[in-house]
Design a protein around this ligand. Structure first.
Ligand code: 5GP
Length: 213
Protein backbone atom coordinates (compact mmCIF):
# COMPACT_ATOMS: atom_id res chain seq x y z
CA UNK A 1 0.00 0.00 0.00
CA UNK A 2 3.06 2.26 0.10
CA UNK A 3 2.17 4.10 -3.12
CA UNK A 4 -1.12 5.29 -1.66
CA UNK A 5 -1.18 8.64 0.06
CA UNK A 6 -3.88 11.08 0.91
CA UNK A 7 -4.37 14.69 -0.07
CA UNK A 8 -4.84 16.94 2.93
CA UNK A 9 -8.36 18.11 3.63
CA UNK A 10 -9.52 21.63 4.40
CA UNK A 11 -12.01 21.19 7.21
CA UNK A 12 -14.03 24.34 7.84
CA UNK A 13 -16.04 24.86 11.00
CA UNK A 14 -18.29 27.87 11.28
CA UNK A 15 -20.79 28.82 13.95
CA UNK A 16 -22.11 31.79 15.77
CA UNK A 17 -19.91 32.56 18.76
CA UNK A 18 -21.23 30.70 21.77
CA UNK A 19 -22.07 27.47 19.94
CA UNK A 20 -19.07 25.54 21.31
CA UNK A 21 -16.87 25.47 18.21
CA UNK A 22 -13.58 26.09 20.04
CA UNK A 23 -14.12 23.08 22.34
CA UNK A 24 -14.83 20.87 19.32
CA UNK A 25 -11.83 22.01 17.26
CA UNK A 26 -9.49 21.62 20.27
CA UNK A 27 -10.71 18.09 20.86
CA UNK A 28 -10.06 17.16 17.21
CA UNK A 29 -6.56 18.61 17.37
CA UNK A 30 -5.78 16.63 20.49
CA UNK A 31 -6.81 13.25 19.12
CA UNK A 32 -5.73 13.52 15.46
CA UNK A 33 -2.01 13.47 14.82
CA UNK A 34 -2.28 14.60 11.21
CA UNK A 35 -4.47 17.61 11.88
CA UNK A 36 -3.41 21.18 12.31
CA UNK A 37 -5.39 24.39 12.78
CA UNK A 38 -5.03 27.49 10.67
CA UNK A 39 -4.15 30.50 12.81
CA UNK A 40 -5.80 33.60 11.42
CA UNK A 41 -4.54 37.15 11.37
CA UNK A 42 -6.89 39.79 12.74
CA UNK A 43 -7.04 43.50 13.39
CA UNK A 44 -9.31 43.09 16.39
CA UNK A 45 -7.81 43.81 19.82
CA UNK A 46 -6.50 40.88 21.82
CA UNK A 47 -8.85 39.63 24.53
CA UNK A 48 -7.63 38.68 28.00
CA UNK A 49 -6.00 35.26 27.89
CA UNK A 50 -5.42 35.23 24.13
CA UNK A 51 -1.89 34.53 22.93
CA UNK A 52 -0.35 36.07 19.80
CA UNK A 53 0.61 33.31 17.38
CA UNK A 54 -1.59 30.79 19.13
CA UNK A 55 -5.14 32.17 19.07
CA UNK A 56 -4.51 34.73 16.34
CA UNK A 57 -1.78 36.84 14.84
CA UNK A 58 -2.80 40.28 16.09
CA UNK A 59 -1.80 42.79 13.43
CA UNK A 60 -2.41 46.44 12.58
CA UNK A 61 -4.83 47.39 9.82
CA UNK A 62 -1.83 48.52 7.75
CA UNK A 63 -0.05 45.19 8.14
CA UNK A 64 -3.27 43.39 7.32
CA UNK A 65 -3.68 45.40 4.09
CA UNK A 66 -0.08 44.66 3.12
CA UNK A 67 -0.68 40.95 3.59
CA UNK A 68 -3.79 41.13 1.39
CA UNK A 69 -2.05 43.22 -1.28
CA UNK A 70 0.94 40.89 -1.50
CA UNK A 71 -1.29 37.84 -1.90
CA UNK A 72 -0.36 36.38 1.49
CA UNK A 73 -4.00 35.81 2.46
CA UNK A 74 -5.80 32.72 1.26
CA UNK A 75 -9.10 34.40 2.13
CA UNK A 76 -10.06 37.44 4.16
CA UNK A 77 -13.19 39.19 5.31
CA UNK A 78 -14.49 41.96 7.47
CA UNK A 79 -16.42 40.26 10.25
CA UNK A 80 -18.55 42.85 11.99
CA UNK A 81 -16.03 45.56 12.96
CA UNK A 82 -12.67 43.94 12.26
CA UNK A 83 -10.65 42.25 9.54
CA UNK A 84 -9.80 38.57 9.66
CA UNK A 85 -7.77 36.51 7.22
CA UNK A 86 -6.07 33.17 6.72
CA UNK A 87 -2.32 33.35 6.02
CA UNK A 88 -1.69 31.26 2.91
CA UNK A 89 1.71 29.65 3.32
CA UNK A 90 1.18 27.61 6.55
CA UNK A 91 -1.97 26.14 4.99
CA UNK A 92 -0.23 25.22 1.74
CA UNK A 93 2.70 23.65 3.60
CA UNK A 94 0.43 21.57 5.83
CA UNK A 95 -1.72 20.36 2.92
CA UNK A 96 1.23 19.37 0.79
CA UNK A 97 2.61 17.42 3.78
CA UNK A 98 -0.66 15.46 3.73
CA UNK A 99 -2.06 17.09 6.87
CA UNK A 100 -5.65 18.15 7.32
CA UNK A 101 -6.21 21.77 8.22
CA UNK A 102 -9.08 22.99 10.40
CA UNK A 103 -10.38 26.49 9.71
CA UNK A 104 -12.42 28.46 12.22
CA UNK A 105 -13.69 31.10 9.81
CA UNK A 106 -16.99 32.79 9.03
CA UNK A 107 -19.35 32.21 6.10
CA UNK A 108 -17.65 34.85 3.92
CA UNK A 109 -14.27 33.14 4.23
CA UNK A 110 -15.90 29.76 3.63
CA UNK A 111 -17.43 31.07 0.42
CA UNK A 112 -14.01 32.22 -0.82
CA UNK A 113 -12.39 28.87 -0.03
CA UNK A 114 -15.24 27.09 -1.77
CA UNK A 115 -14.63 29.08 -4.93
CA UNK A 116 -10.92 28.27 -5.00
CA UNK A 117 -10.73 24.74 -3.58
CA UNK A 118 -14.13 23.03 -3.63
CA UNK A 119 -12.59 19.58 -4.06
CA UNK A 120 -10.41 19.89 -0.99
CA UNK A 121 -13.08 21.34 1.26
CA UNK A 122 -15.46 19.86 3.83
CA UNK A 123 -17.63 22.39 5.65
CA UNK A 124 -19.53 22.07 8.92
CA UNK A 125 -21.88 24.50 10.57
CA UNK A 126 -22.34 24.17 14.32
CA UNK A 127 -25.64 25.31 15.79
CA UNK A 128 -26.57 25.78 19.44
CA UNK A 129 -29.47 23.58 20.63
CA UNK A 130 -31.70 26.51 21.52
CA UNK A 131 -31.88 30.27 21.71
CA UNK A 132 -31.84 30.08 25.51
CA UNK A 133 -28.68 27.95 25.46
CA UNK A 134 -26.92 30.36 23.10
CA UNK A 135 -27.84 33.30 25.31
CA UNK A 136 -26.68 31.47 28.43
CA UNK A 137 -23.30 30.73 26.86
CA UNK A 138 -22.84 34.28 25.65
CA UNK A 139 -23.75 35.60 29.10
CA UNK A 140 -21.33 33.25 30.87
CA UNK A 141 -18.59 34.31 28.52
CA UNK A 142 -19.37 38.00 28.91
CA UNK A 143 -18.91 37.78 32.69
CA UNK A 144 -15.16 37.50 32.07
CA UNK A 145 -15.07 40.63 29.96
CA UNK A 146 -17.68 42.63 31.87
CA UNK A 147 -19.80 43.22 28.82
CA UNK A 148 -22.89 45.37 29.02
CA UNK A 149 -26.42 44.23 28.26
CA UNK A 150 -26.17 46.09 24.95
CA UNK A 151 -22.99 44.12 24.04
CA UNK A 152 -24.79 40.87 24.74
CA UNK A 153 -27.76 41.94 22.61
CA UNK A 154 -25.28 42.85 19.88
CA UNK A 155 -23.68 39.40 20.05
CA UNK A 156 -27.09 37.75 19.88
CA UNK A 157 -27.94 39.68 16.76
CA UNK A 158 -24.55 38.83 15.19
CA UNK A 159 -25.22 35.18 16.01
CA UNK A 160 -28.55 35.41 14.21
CA UNK A 161 -26.82 36.87 11.11
CA UNK A 162 -24.19 34.15 11.07
CA UNK A 163 -26.75 31.37 11.58
CA UNK A 164 -28.70 32.41 8.51
CA UNK A 165 -25.83 30.91 6.43
CA UNK A 166 -26.14 27.36 7.76
CA UNK A 167 -27.62 26.09 4.49
CA UNK A 168 -24.40 26.84 2.57
CA UNK A 169 -22.55 24.12 4.50
CA UNK A 170 -22.10 20.40 3.76
CA UNK A 171 -22.88 19.28 7.32
CA UNK A 172 -24.67 20.64 10.38
CA UNK A 173 -24.00 19.63 13.97
CA UNK A 174 -26.47 20.69 16.65
CA UNK A 175 -24.38 20.96 19.78
CA UNK A 176 -26.68 19.78 22.56
CA UNK A 177 -24.08 17.47 24.04
CA UNK A 178 -20.45 18.41 23.54
CA UNK A 179 -19.08 14.84 23.61
CA UNK A 180 -21.63 13.82 21.01
CA UNK A 181 -20.79 16.90 18.91
CA UNK A 182 -17.07 16.00 19.04
CA UNK A 183 -17.92 12.43 18.00
CA UNK A 184 -19.88 13.73 15.01
CA UNK A 185 -17.12 16.12 14.00
CA UNK A 186 -14.67 13.19 14.10
CA UNK A 187 -17.06 11.02 12.09
CA UNK A 188 -17.28 13.65 9.36
CA UNK A 189 -13.50 14.01 9.29
CA UNK A 190 -13.02 10.25 8.97
CA UNK A 191 -15.60 9.90 6.20
CA UNK A 192 -14.23 12.86 4.26
CA UNK A 193 -10.75 11.35 4.46
CA UNK A 194 -12.07 8.21 2.77
CA UNK A 195 -13.45 10.03 -0.26
CA UNK A 196 -12.09 8.45 -3.38
CA UNK A 197 -10.73 11.67 -4.87
CA UNK A 198 -8.66 12.27 -1.74
CA UNK A 199 -6.72 9.04 -2.09
CA UNK A 200 -3.79 9.73 -4.37
CA UNK A 201 -2.37 6.96 -6.55
CA UNK A 202 -5.53 4.89 -6.47
CA UNK A 203 -5.67 4.01 -10.16
CA UNK A 204 -2.09 2.65 -10.09
CA UNK A 205 -2.91 0.75 -6.94
CA UNK A 206 -5.94 -0.91 -8.52
CA UNK A 207 -3.97 -1.63 -11.69
CA UNK A 208 -1.39 -3.38 -9.51
CA UNK A 209 -4.12 -5.40 -7.83
CA UNK A 210 -5.47 -6.52 -11.20
CA UNK A 211 -2.12 -7.44 -12.71
CA UNK A 212 -1.64 -11.12 -13.00
CA UNK A 213 -5.22 -12.00 -12.20
P1 5GP B 1 -13.71 36.26 17.23
O1 5GP B 1 -13.39 37.72 17.11
O2 5GP B 1 -14.88 36.02 18.16
O3 5GP B 1 -12.50 35.44 17.59
O4 5GP B 1 -14.18 35.75 15.79
C1 5GP B 1 -15.23 36.36 15.15
C2 5GP B 1 -15.57 35.62 13.88
O5 5GP B 1 -14.52 35.74 12.94
C3 5GP B 1 -15.81 34.13 14.08
O6 5GP B 1 -17.02 33.79 13.40
C4 5GP B 1 -14.65 33.48 13.37
O7 5GP B 1 -15.02 32.23 12.80
C5 5GP B 1 -14.33 34.50 12.30
N1 5GP B 1 -12.94 34.37 11.83
C6 5GP B 1 -11.84 34.13 12.58
N2 5GP B 1 -10.75 34.06 11.80
C7 5GP B 1 -11.17 34.25 10.52
C8 5GP B 1 -10.50 34.28 9.26
O8 5GP B 1 -9.29 34.10 9.12
N3 5GP B 1 -11.27 34.52 8.17
C9 5GP B 1 -12.61 34.71 8.25
N4 5GP B 1 -13.28 34.92 7.11
N5 5GP B 1 -13.29 34.69 9.42
C10 5GP B 1 -12.57 34.46 10.54
Amino acid sequence: MSELSRRGLMYVMSSPSGAGKTTITRALLKTNRDVTISISATTRPRRAGEVHGQDYFFVTTEDFRDMVDSGEMLEHAKVFDHYYGTPRSPVEKALSAGKDVIFDIDWQGTQQLREMAREDLATVFILPPSRADLEKRLRTRSQDTLESEADIRGRMSKAADEMSHYSEYDYVIINNDVEEAIRKAQLILDAERLKRRRIAGLSNFVRGLKEGI
